[in-house]
Design a protein around this ligand. Structure first.
Ligand SMILES: NC(=O)c1ccc[n+]([C@@H]2O[C@H](COP(=O)([O-])OP(=O)(O)OC[C@H]3O[C@@H](n4cnc5c(N)ncnc54)[C@H](OP(=O)(O)O)[C@@H]3O)[C@@H](O)[C@H]2O)c1
Length: 331
């Protein structure tokens, strides 16, 4: 069946991978964005507009109907705009797939988080509460049977705009002793952008799919130590990781999340269970392959599109050197 889909966003990273995957499947793809971030992929039917403008949403709805809406830009915009968009599209779309985030889960508790773990409440700032509000808005309008929610942790791979893997790769290429964060055995659960896109398209085509899915790598398969070592290996084995305890990094004022990318601070929090997504067909390639392909993309001149929502990644070389010197003096 030739699917008709609408991608809200569609020009950057995951959105672009979804669009290109759909075009490869021979689907009819409409995109909706402001035309600011990057050009649309050739072959789509672009509709220009702002998600925060009611008249633009009405004009978009007139371009329907669609079998499915894939929303890759919701957590970046106000929950009221997500609600207004879902209200405008509900009469002309079969189902709504929302890319949310694993940050939607509230802290506390024990064991891996599953799709039924407690979420942030509505209200409040930050990625988690905004994603929770977006999920509530869409579910309220499309109903449980027509809503699919995807919750990735970190999405990595060629084209990544946030620059997290890019920073580790370039740092490893620079060589020498390299500061590495926390416990090398800490479980990380990134998903490759191509695997997340393939899963989203699979669910878009499945009329019976509904509910929330954690779109993450299997628990315990990938570690921060493995990620750092993969970066060292593909860039020519120039760097030597020096692992520093989280408490030491905090004492030196290292900012979690950005200065040493993919280090969340603290003990790293609880893992997220991907069991439901894996049962529904998510296949996660090994992280080593994502690292290798991202390096190949950078080496061939690939450059991320600057993203206003993402802070610059990476620690200043002088700050890193000072911490490494302090660590060496302690040993
Ligand atoms: N990367 C990660 O590690 C990660 C982790 C968890 C969840 N996620 C979520 O996964 C999704 C990834 O999507 P993505 O990679 O394609 O990136 P994205 O940065 O969310 O894409 C933004 C897209 O939406 C459009 N857009 C932004 N504001 C708009 C507005 N007001 N009206 C209309 N269009 C607008 C942009 O185009 P214009 O600027 O031209 O309008 C662009 O096409 C995001 O929702 C993100 O929050 C990502």
């Amino acid at each position: 069946m030739r699917m008709r889909i609408l991608v809200l966003g569609g020009t950057w990273f995951l959105g672009r991978a979804v669009v290109e995957g759909a075009l490869r499947r021979g689907w009819e793809v409409t995109t909706f964005n402001r035309g600011r971030s990057a050009a649309d992929s050739p072959g789509v039917r672009p509709v220009r507009g702002d998600r925060a403008t009611a008249a633009d949403l009405r004009r978009l709805a007139e371009e329907g109907p669609w079998d499915a809406v894939l929303d890759t830009s919701a957590p970046g915009i106000a929950p009221e705009a997500v609600r207004a968009g879902a209200a405008a599209l509900e009469p002309v779309a079969g189902r709504y797939l929302l890319v949310s985030s694993a940050e939607v889960y509230r802290g506390g508790g024990a064991g891996p988080r599953t799709e039924s773990s407690a979420l942030h409440g509505d209200g409040g700032d930050g990625a988690g509460p905004r994603a929770a509000a977006a999920e509530g808005a869409v579910g309220g309008l499309f109903g449980a049977a027509r809503t699919v929610v995807l919750r990735p942790w970190a999405v990595l791979g060629p084209g990544e705009y946030a620059g997290r893997l890019e920073w580790w790769l370039r740092r490893a290429r620079r060589g020498g002793p390299m500061l590495a964060p926390g416990d090398p055995g800490r479980c990380v659960q990134p998903v490759d952008v191509r695997d997340a896109a393939a899963f989203a398209l699979r669910l878009a085509a499945d009329g019976g799919a509904a509910g929330a899915y954690n779109v993450v790598a299997p628990i315990g398969r990938e570690t921060m130590g493995g990620l750092v070592q993969d970066c060292v290996t593909v860039t020519g084995r120039r760097a030597v990781p020096r692992w520093a305890d989280g408490a030491v990094l905090r004492a030196h004022g290292v900012r979690p999340g950005t200065e040493l990318p993919l280090w969340p601070g603290g003990d790293g929090g609880r893992p997220v269970s991907p069991a439901a997504a894996h049962r529904a067909g998510l296949v996660c390639r090994p992280l080593a392959e994502t690292v290798m392909d991202t390096w190949a993309w950078l080496e061939s001149g690939g450059r991320p599109v600057p993203h206003p929502r993402h802070a610059r990644q990476g620690i200043a070389p002088e700050k890193e050197a000072a911490i490494l010197a302090a660590l060496a003096a302690e040993r």
